[in-house]
Ligand binder design. Structure first.
Ligand code: G6P
Length: 605
C-alpha cells in the first residue's frame, strides 16, 4: 500500500510531487507528505492528515522550496492516521518514504532505544530513517548508510531516501513492493508506478526484487541484491493510456461503470476473431486436470462466477480461493493443473504470494491482469490482459466485468479443447458473449431506477443480496460494493442458504435484493424470495421482463434487465449491483471514489 515518489528536477519539486501523488492516491489516502532539499541544501518537509488536498492547501500557506524531493501518500498499517505517523519520516539529515511493511521493526526499534534513540512515531518506517541517520553519524556516506540499513530490513518495501546537503541524490530500493525509475533530460524520477511519472517522462526502468538504485540528475546506477552493478531494461510506456480524467462524470466510478460496454467489446475483439478464440500459444486445455482461480476482493468474486463456467461448460474441476488463504492452506496441486491469478492491479501482495507458491507445483501459471507491467504479469508464465483501461475508482467495476469476459473466453476455450462443445456450440456461446456489450448498454439505462431505489437502501442498516448459481457470486459482489461505498452492512447469500440462518435477520427494515433471471433456477430462487416476503421482508427483485411478469407481484420494487447473454448473463447483473451501491453512496454523501480505509492496490499481506 502507500504510494511513493521522488524527483530530481529542474523546477520547484513540491507542485510536481503533489501532481504525482494525485496519481498515486488510489494506493491510500490516510495522510500525505513531501520533503525537499532547497538550494542551500536544507532538508524540510510538510505533512498533512487525510486526503492530498489537505497537503496541497498546506503548501499554499507554507511553501516548500527546492528542486529535489520525495513524497508519499499513506494507507496506514502501523500507527493511526496522524501527522506524526505521516511520511516522509525524518531523523536528522535523512528523510524516508516507504511502501510496504518492515516486519522486524520492533527488534530494530528496541535496539535503537537501547542506544538511547527514541522514535517519534508508531510507524515501522521511522526505524529506517533512524538507522540511516545512525549510520551517517558513524561516518558512513549516504550510500553506505542506506545500504547498511537495507541489509537489516526484513519484509516488503519500496523506499526512497533523501539526504540533507545532497541536492543531487536520491537512493531508492525495492523488495516485494513495486518501484519504477523514470528517465528525463537531466532529470530523474522514481515512483510506485509509471502512471505517477507520466506527467514527467515516458521512459521507465522497473527495479527488480532486491535492487537498490542511486539516482542523480545525470542518471541512475542500479545494484542487485548482492550489491553488484546491474543493467535493467528501459522501456517507453504509452503515456496516452495514462490519462486520468472524469470525462464529464461526477465520479470516476460513474464513468467506469458507463465504459463497460466499450471495454468489454475491446476484450472480445482482442480474444475472439470470427468464431475462433485467440489466445497465446500453448494455452491448450487438453491435458489439464484442474484449474485454480485465485484473487482478492472483487477479483476473487470474478473467479467465483467463472467457476460455474469452467465446471458447467468445460467439465473442468475448478477451485476458487481468496489469495490470502490459498498459500497457508498448502493446497495439494497437481502437476497437470493450472493456476490463474486474477488481479486488476497485478500488484496485490496476497495474490502475488499465492502465484509464487503455485508456480512450483502446477503445469502453468496465468496472470489475468489489467496492468500489463505489473508484478503478476511479469511473474506468470502467461499474462492475459483484461484491457479495462485505467480504473481510478477504488471500488472495482469495469475491471470486474472485463475479468469476467476474459474468464468466459478461457472457459469456452477449455470446453472446446476438452471436446465438451463442438464448433457449432462454441459459435453459439460466442454469439451470446458478443451480445453482452449491447445488452450492457441497455442495462446502463437502469441507472436512474437504481438511484430511486438507492435512497431506500441508503437508509437501511443491513441489506441482504440473494442469488443462485452463477448469480450467487454476483450477489456477493453486490453486497461487497454496497459495504465498500456506502458503509452499510450487507451480506450476499446463496438464496438456498437463506433458511439456514440469515432468515432470522429478516424483518420490515432489511431490504433484500434478489437476483433472479428467468432461467432454469428461477422458480427455486423465487421460492426463497417468497420466504422473505412471508416474513414481511421488503424485496427488490432484479430479473428480466419474463421474470418480473411471473413473480413481480407483491415485491417492494423491481428492476428489469434485458434478457439474453446465455450463460454469460451474470455480467449484466453486475451493472445494477454497481449502480445501487454507487447511488446509495451518493445519497449518503460518502466518498465514492475513495471510500474510507480502503486502497486500490493492496501491496501488504
Ligand atoms: C482492493 C480493492 C478492490 C480489489 C481488491 C483486489 O481491496 O479495493 O476493489 O478488488 O483490492 O485488487 P486487485 O488489484 O488484485 O484486483
Amino acid at each position: 500500500m502507500c504510494g511513493i515518489i521522488g524527483i530530481l528536477g529542474n523546477h520547484e519539486a513540491s507542485p510536481q510531487l503533489v501532481e504525482a501523488l494525485r496519481r498515486l492516491e488510489y494506493r491510500g489516502y490516510d495522510s500525505a507528505g513531501v520533503a525537499t532539499i532547497d538550494a542551500s541544501g536544507r532538508l524540510d518537509r510538510r505533512r498533512a492528515v487525510g486526503k492530498l488536498v489537505n497537503l496541497s492547501d498546506r503548501l499554499v500557506h507554507e511553501p516548500l522550496p527546492g528542486h529535489t524531493g520525495i513524497g508519499h501518500t499513506r494507507w496506514a498499517t502501523h500507527g493511526a492516521a496522524t501527522e506524526a505517523n505521516a511520511h516522509p519520516h525524518r531523523s536528522g539529515p535523512v528523510a524516508v518514504v516507504h511502501n510496504g511493511i518492515i516486519e522486524n521493526f520492533r527488534e530494530l526499534r528496541a535496539e535503537l532505544q537501547g542506544m538511547g534513540i527514541q522514535p517519534q512515531s508508531q510507524t515501522d518506517t521511522e526505524t529506517v530513517a533512524l538507522w540511516t541517520a545512525h549510520y551517517l553519524q558513524q561516518g558512513m556516506s549516504p550510500q553506505q548508510a542506506a545500504r547498511a540499513t537495507l541489509a537489516r530490513l526484513d519484509g516488503a518495501f519500496a523506499l526512497a531516501f533523501l539526504f540533507e546537503g545532497e541536492g543531487d541524490l536520491i537512493i531508492a530500493a525495492r523488495k516485494g513492493s513495486p518501484l519504477a525509475i523514470g528517465h528525463g533530460t537531466n532529470e530523474m524520477f522514481l515512483g510506485s508506478d509509471a502512471v505517477a511519472l507520466a506527467p514527467f517522462t515516458d521512459r521507465i526502468t522497473y527495479l527488480e526484487d532486491g535492487d537498490h538504485a542511486v539516482l542523480t540528475r545525470a542518471g541512475v546506477q542500479i545494484f542487485d541484491v548482492a550489491g553488484e552493478p546491474v543493467q535493467r531494461a528501459t522501456n517507453r510506456i504509452d503515456v496516452g493510456s495514462t490519462a486520468i480524467d472524469k470525462g464529464g462524470y461526477r465520479h470516476f466510478m460513474a464513468k467506469e461503470i458507463a465504459e463497460q460496454p466499450a471495454v468489454i467489446g475491446d476484450v472480445l475483439n482482442h480474444y475472439v476473431k470470427d468464431d475462433r478464440i485467440i489466445l497465446p500459444e500453448g494455452l491448450d486445455f487438453n491435458d489439464v486436470d484442474r484449474i485454480s482461480l485465485v484473487g482478492c476482493g472483487t477479483a476473487h468474486l470474478a473467479g467465483h462466477v467463472a467457476k460455474y463456467w469452467f465446471e458447467q461448460l468445460a467439465g473442468l474441476p475448478c477451485d476458487i480461493d481468496v489469495a490470502s488463504e490459498f498459500r497457508y492452506r498448502e493446497p495439494p496441486l497437481s502437476d497437470r493443473s493450472w493456476f490463474v491469478a486474477i488481479s486488476q492491479s497485478g500488484e496485490t501482495a496476497d495474490t502475488l504470494a499465492a502465484l509464487h507458491y503455485a508456480r512450483a507445483h502446477v503445469a502453468r501459471t496465468v496472470g489475468l491482469v489489467n496492468v500489463g507491467t505489473s508484478a503478476i504479469a511479469r511473474d506468470s508464465d502467461v499474462a492475459l490482459p483484461t484491457l479495462a483501461g485505467i480504473e481510478v475508482s477504488v471500488a472495482s467495476s469495469k475491471a470486474f466485468t472485463c475479468q469476467l469476459a476474459v474468464l468466459a473466453v478461457l472457459a469456452l476455450k477449455a470446453a472446446h479443447d476438452r471436446g465438451r462443445i463442438d464448433d457449432r456450440a462454441l459459435a453459439a456461446h460466442l454469439r451470446d458473449l458478443r451480445s453482452i456489450p449491447a445488452l450492457m448498454s441497455q442495462a446502463l439505462a437502469l441507472s436512474d431506477d437504481c438511484r430511486d431505489h438507492a435512497d431506500w437502501l441508503a437508509g437501511a442498516r443491513d441489506v441482504l443480496y440473494l442469488g443462485r448459481g452463477a448469480l450467487y457470486p454476483v450477489a456477493l459482489e453486490g453486497a461487497l460494493k454496497l459495504k465498500e461505498l456506502s458503509y452499510i452492512h450487507a451480506e450476499g447469500y446463496a438464496s438456498g442458504e437463506l433458511k439456514h440462518g440469515p432468515i432470522a435477520l429478516i424483518d420490515g427494515d432489511v431490504p433484500v435484493v434478489v437476483l433472479a433471471p428467468h432461467d432454469a433456477l428461477f422458480d427455486k430462487t423465487i421460492s426463497n424470495m417468497q420466504e422473505v416476503m412471508a416474513r414481511h421482508g421488503r424485496v427488490l427483485l432484479i430479473s428480466d421482463a419474463g421474470g418480473i411478469a411471473a413473480a413481480g407481484e407483491g415485491v417492494t420494487a423491481s428492476l428489469t434487465l434485458p434478457s439474453g447473454g446465455g450463460v454469460f448473463q451474470p455480467m449484466l447483473y453486475a451493472v445494477p449491483m454497481q449502480y445501487l451501491a454507487y447511488h446509495a453512496a451518493v445519497a449518503k454523501g460518502t466518498d465514492v471514489d475513495q471510500p474510507r480505509n480502503l486502497a486500490k492496490s493492496v501491496t501488504v499481506e
